[in-house]
Design a protein around this ligand. Structure first.
Ligand code: NOJ
Ligand code: CA
Length: 707
């Protein structure tokens, strides 16, 4: 029972314990003390109010209260998920929306609907939730009301602030602090998987595993597990025109919103009458439950693009790995990768083996010298002399293969913006419908030139760049171009609203196995699904067939997976575009294994995570969008294990040929990464497969429908 008694400054204090139930009692009681006291002792009593919101299945309960400060807490099946946590905003020029506010109104609403994705992990997404809009008010004249809208789903909670235009909050508004907190009840004994925020390497850090209490500043999705096994992941949805939210621990277990600032220190700049992105808390009794959630997508707006038929999922190869392993260069010279003849050679390979596109990096002027620092000189419409865009796109057209464009900005976004429309127009003219962008620059070092000609340096995840990335997506849409953003802002589900935002990087990808120091460790791909991947598709670029490009000797300096695990990645790490990232010759040298990459689709009717423990292993089953085949990918960390795979996800009326690619008996990533067994078996939904996974191994299966 929450009771607070507040007296206005000249009235007497009176302690009365009353459980306040919404709508049953007016929260402000005026009491005459038995008529014995003079009207001067009239007591204004304000009772703290708590309102509750329950998920459709009744298991999740959100309690929103105005006891001292606006706050919320969340329980799942009687267990505390988030303990009492603050809500509120602070501004540069007006008084805080927080302390002293009380609940003055609530409005409720429920939704039970579904919608369809043009591409995705599943075709139909169900959106079932209960919503409450809680109005917090203050007795003062100005800056005296705001709403918090909560939605409770069966798999978590989202909430956002809605600040109406009002006296004291009119015109330009600068946010200096978001008071939102996520308090963890047993931080010392809860395990978290996280990457640090506000660092030079953006989102490309190795995941750390620690108790919650030892984290300082972290990116979201921030995933942790209570000792009971309850899994939580904190993130945000629909990050539009606002700073990215990272988290900073305040004191044991209180993770507070830590918005990434502008170069001038302000966190967020808004016009009066604004809403914030949704703060999201996914909750599940086990790790796998986190994976089977559409909460983030459901909190995004429906598509703003009416016609999405030009947005095509697919597989691609590219003039890419050669640069990362040092066989080619982006810049001009003897080893220049992006030549007309090399592009045609890749297009022939792509056509022969069923790929849709060929990515070509290093085609445009600006790569010479140290391209990391060439942001000022990149030209997005001028090709090197040895790259003939017209000839290669014509060749591709004849072969049924598209050129995939590339815009590396090296972090000078003004230079890019000045050329953006011309650059897209050029690509559209040549029939290019997908572009990979890049923003290689250290965190906090994105260069922009403001309207006064002054150079400013911004973070990749501050409000300026949040807007810049989206501007790029919206412009691209005008030219029917889809974007795959590297060094991106994290995903917050905006692919629902802008389905041409087809993929992004935003974590350590496969490229770290070429030059990363260290490369991605065996546990990396067993952590990603439960962290980064909760936010949306990733262009991870799997498919390394030659682990020995630097020799197999130094284990600390090469890909730390088996070959079968490379295949599993195509199913585990979701993206509507998947790259076969190795050199064509390495695929030609192992055609039986390559067959799986040729067969695996990238667009799904249904997806189900079927097993997994964060950082240990994971298994997914996905059904192709346009057919009856199912695919499974399973992978493990450094520990070999046997996975028992029940096939009960398969359609009951269909028999399947299981085409299994799994680690050989003696396979292990350290000294036998290639040994693989490829076998076929006829199976049905009643069968169970035993899959031995080697150290950092995996399994990939196509269930080919036979009837
Ligand atoms: C970083 C990207 O992640 C990588 O894929 C690309 O090759 C380089 N930037 C160059 O643009
Ligand atoms: Ca990168």
């Amino acid at each position: 029972m929450q009771v607070a008694v507040i007296t206005s400054h000249f009235f007497m204090l009176l302690n009365i314990a009353i459980k306040v139930v919404e709508n049953e009692m007016n929260k402000i009681l005026w009491l005459l003390a038995g008529g014995l006291l003079s009207p001067l002792l009239l007591t204004k009593m304000v009772l703290a109010k708590t309102v509750e919101l329950t998920s459709p299945d009744g298991k999740i309960v959100v309690a929103i209260s105005d006891d001292k400060n606006p706050s919320y807490r969340i329980e799942m099946a009687g267990e505390v998920a988030i303990t009492k946590s603050s809500l509120g905003l602070r501004f540069k020029k007006s008084a805080e929306l927080g302390e002293g506010f009380t609940i003055s109104k609530v409005k409720r609403h429920s939704v039970d609907s579904s919608w369809q994705q043009p591409w995705g992990e599943r075709k139909t997404v169900n959106d079932q939730h209960n919503e409450i809009t809680v109005t917090f008010s203050h007795t003062r004249e100005k800056s005296n009301h705001f709403n918090v809208i909560f939605r409770a789903f069966n798999d978590g909670v989202g909430f956002r602030y809605e600040v109406p235009k009002q006296k004291g909050l009119a015109g330009d508004i600068e946010i200096t602090n978001e008071l939102t907190a996520f308090a963890v009840s047993d931080a010392n004994n809860s395990t978290a998987w996280w990457i640090p925020s506000r660092g030079w390497n953006r989102y490309e850090y190795l995941y750390q595993t620690s108790n919650v209490e030892s984290v300082d500043r972290v990116h979201t999705p921030f995933t942790f597990k209570y000792p009971s096994g309850l899994h939580i992941s904190i993130h945000e949805a629909a990050l539009v025109d606002y700073a990215g939210m990272t988290l900073q621990q305040q004191r044991g277990g209180i993770l507070k919103a830590d918005l990434t600032p502008w170069s001038d220190g302000i966190l967020v700049k808004k016009k009066a009458g604004f809403t914030t992105p949704w703060r999201t808390i996914q909750i599940s009794k086990d790790a796998v439950g986190l994976l089977n959630s559409d909460l983030i997508l459901n909190l995004n707006e429906p598509s703003k693009l009416e016609d999405t038929s030009w947005i095509k999922p697919g597989k691609y190869v590219g003039i890419w790995w050669g640069m990362h392993v040092g066989e080619n260069t982006w810049g001009s010279g003897d080893k220049h990768g992006a030549t007309t003849s090399e592009t045609m050679r890749y297009m022939d390979f792509a056509a022969e083996y069923g790929f849709d596109g060929v990515l070509v990096e290093g085609w445009n002027i600006g790569w010479d010298g140290d391209w990391y620092f060439n942001g000022d000189v990149f030209n997005f419409t001028k090709a090197y002399n040895d790259f003939d865009m017209k000839a290669v796109t014509k060749h591709g057209h004849q072969k049924g293969v598209k050129l995939i464009g590339h815009h590396e900005t090296s972090g000078n976004v003004t230079n890019y913006r000045n050329q953006m429309n011309d650059a897209f127009a050029l690509y559209q003219k040549h029939g290019i419908s997908q572009v990979k962008t890049g923003y290689v620059a250290d965190g906090g070092n994105i260069k922009r030139i403001d309207k006064n000609g002054i150079v400013r340096k911004e973070w990749h995840d501050g409000q300026f760049m949040v807007n810049e990335y989206l501007h790029n997506i919206k412009q691209a849409a005008k030219y029917n171009i889809s974007i795959n953003t590297h060094e991106p802002i994290k995903d917050t589900g905006l692919r629902r609203t802008y389905p041409n935002w087809i993929a992004r990087e935003g974590a350590r990808g496969q490229e770290y196995n070429a030059w990363g120091s260290p490369p991605n460790p065996p546990e990396h791909a067993a952590i990603l699904p439960f962290t980064r991947m909760l936010s949306g598709p990733m262009d991870f670029t799997p498919g390394t067939f030659d682990m020995g490009f630097k020799g197999l000797g130094d284990k600390s300096d090469r890909p730390q997976t088996t070959l079968a695990k490379q295949l599993a990645l195509y199913v585990v790490i979701y993206s509507p575009i998947q790259m076969a990232s190795d050199l064509p010759r390495n695929y030609l040298a192992n055609m039986p294994a390559f067959q799986f990459i040729r067969d695996v689709p990238t667009d799904w009717a249904e997806s189900k995570a079927i097993a997994g423990v964060v950082g240990d292993y994971v298994a997914y089953a996905r059904k192709e969008r346009n057919g009856n085949d199912w695919f499974v990918g399973a992978l493990t960390d450094e520990k070999a294990r046997n996975l028992t795979l029940k096939l009960d996800f398969l359609d009951k009326s269909i028999r399947y040929q299981a085409q299994i690619y799994r680690d050989g008996k003696k396979a292990n990533w350290i000294d036998n990464p290639y040994e693989m067994i490829i076998e076929q078996k006829e199976v049905s939904y009643q069968d169970v497969l035993m899959l031995p996974l080697a150290t950092s191994g995996g399994a990939a299966i196509r269930f080919k429908a036979l009837n």
